[in-house]
Design a protein around this ligand. Structure first.
Ligand code: AHR
Length: 512
């Protein structure tokens, strides 16, 4: 079977915001401790306590933003516990995640050091659950005020005299659940206070003529992101967007969060290793619920914001599976297979198709937790199939989406019926034409015939991510089982012919 794909090379679609490739790094399990932070005295090579192998790997992904410190943990995090001399920091318990001892070695200054090392931006979530508006405002002052202020002087004494840039500020997390179980109306009342007073005081970033610390002047003002939905229930979306429409000068938001995981049903019971085609097909199908989530919540947003000023920020997404046998409860450790990379491609393609509204996202999570980019165990590190998929998609960061049409066909397993092929196309910031093609079918290759309208393609090069088995993973012993490899693409009379292996993702670049 040949699938005909047509790309309009002169089409003008929306920009695929690079912020959809953001990542989430919560103080959870070994996501930070062990995965990012090893401490200055560690035999694992590090710069100021941050492991260098992980930094090098992440730099290659051009991670636009890192969301921290949570998640549910954010609503029990008290920033003061994590600043100042490490020996004097509070030792607390991470009540959200396995009651692990939280020594607070990795606090605000270590976080900014980390994102500086990987070249990313801060997405800070403030504590609206067990904190106060004053605590959030004080934290913002610590991070963003000039060193001439008391708060800025404290930061300077801790080693950083220049204000930090907080590009994104999350106002609460899942406030309908672990963040306080607030009703939508109660959340909105609180939101207004936090949005008003948790000010960004970084003059260079935000300007001075800026009462809400938000978006009047300055070169790159901070965006405040409100809690939104985590199911098809639109109550939060409606309440927050209604309030946004009726806002006055004193407060605003510049984003609405949405969380949507692939887990089939709660609690997550699907294994991350040693599974077969039924589990593969079922999880891919579950991923498609993201489309309904985006469509239904976008429709509510459109009602109040037809010009799409407020982005939908999908700041928790990914495959959430059963914990690995032998791993600690609450540490959310799972392996990562070719299935997860395929699911990541399907999600990213959905975000790209909704690029006018979905302008930011964060996969859960960065290292050692849920659908991670990287796994570590002591000094060992391995890059997951999802890491490689993100690397292959780098050319889509800030690219202009191009119109693409194709007949997806069907892949069936028992009663599970799925589109067989998925694809997006874009004009990269490098001026090149980029096409991502996913063959969901784990058993059959598919031949693709790409016609490019309004361009004369001379050559095409491709990279493919695939594996022999649906549950193929990269392990410390065999790190190269699922890695990108070159794939042949033939160009004849301006058309590209390529055969996609079963269960694969291919990224093609065409030279005109
Ligand atoms: O990513 C793990 C958890 O999932 C987050 O802490 C929470 O926000 C969500 O429920």
């Amino acid at each position: 079977m040949t699938v005909a794909v047509t790309v309009k090379a002169d089409g003008t679609g929306p920009r695929i915001d690079r912020n959809i490739f953001g990542q989430f790094a919560e103080n959870l399990g070994t996501g930070i401790y062990g995965g990012v932070w090893v401490g200055e005295g560690s035999p694992i090579p590090n710069v100021r306590g941050i492991r260098s192998d992980v930094v090098t790997a992440l730099k290659a992904l051009r991670v636009p933003s890192v969301r921290w410190p949570g998640g549910c943990f954010a609503d029990e995090y008290h920033w003061r516990d994590g600043v100042g001399p490490r020996a004097k920091r509070a030792v607390t318990v991470n009540g959200s995640w396995g009651n692990a001892l939280e020594k607070n070695d990795f606090g605000t200054d270590e976080f900014f050091d980390f994102i500086g090392q990987i070249g990313s931006e801060a997405y800070i979530s403030v504590n609206m659950g067990s904190g106060s508006v004053k605590e959030a405002a004080d934290w913002m002052a610590y991070m963003t005020a000039d060193a001439g202020t008391t708060a800025g002087a404290e930061r300077a004494a801790n080693g950083h005299s220049a204000p930090y840039r907080v590009k994104f500020l999350g106002l609460g997390n899942e406030s309908w659940s672990c963040g306080g179980a607030y009703t939508p109306d109660y959340y909105v009342d609180e939101l207004k206070r936090y949005a008003r007073f948790a000010r960004n005081l970084n003059v260079e970033q935000n300007g001075t003529d800026n009462p809400a610390g938000g978006s009047i002047a300055g070169s790159d003002p901070m965006r405040r992101i409100a809690v939104g939905p985590g199911t098809l229930d639109t109550a939060y979306t409606d309440a927050v967007m209604r309030a946004w429409k009726a806002r006055d000068w004193a407060w605003s938001i510049e984003g609405l969060s949405m969380h949507q995981y692939t887990w089939v049903a709660w609690p997550p019971s699907y294994a991350s290793i040693g599974f077969g085609e039924r589990e593969y097909a079922t999880l891919v199908k579950d991923t498609l619920k993201m489309e309904d989530m985006i469509r239904i919540h976008s429709a509510v947003m459109d009602k109040y914001d037809p010009d799409k000023k407020v982005p939908l920020v999908i700041d928790e997404w990914g495959v959430w599976l059963q914990k690995l046998p032998g791993s600690r409860d609450g540490f959310l450790q799972q392996q990562n297979s070719i299935r997860d990379a395929i699911i990541a491609s399907i999600n990213l393609n959905m975000f790209a198709r909704h690029a006018d509204r979905v302008r930011m996202a964060a996969i859960a999570q960065m290292v050692n937790v849920l659908q991670a980019m990287i796994l570590t165990d002591g000094a060992k590190m391995v890059l997951t199939p999802t890491y490689h998929l993100f690397r292959m998609y780098v050319p889509f960061q800030d690219a202009r989406r191009l119109p693409i049409t194709f007949d997806a066909g069907t892949y069936r397993f028992g009663d599970v019926v799925l589109p067989r092929v998925d694809a997006i196309a874009a004009r990269g910031t490098d001026g090149k034409l980029w096409i991502a093609l996913t063959n969901v079918d784990p058993g059959r290759p598919v031949t693709i015939d790409v016609r490019i309208d309004a361009a004369r393609v001379r050559a095409a090069t491709g990279t493919v991510l695939t594996a022999d088995r649906v549950d193929a993973i990269n392990s410390y012993d065999r790190p190269d089982t699922v890695v990108p490899r070159p794939i042949a693409a033939r160009v004849h009379q301006g058309r590209i012919a390529i055969t996609l292996p079963p269960k694969s993702v291919t990224v093609l670049s065409a030279a005109e």
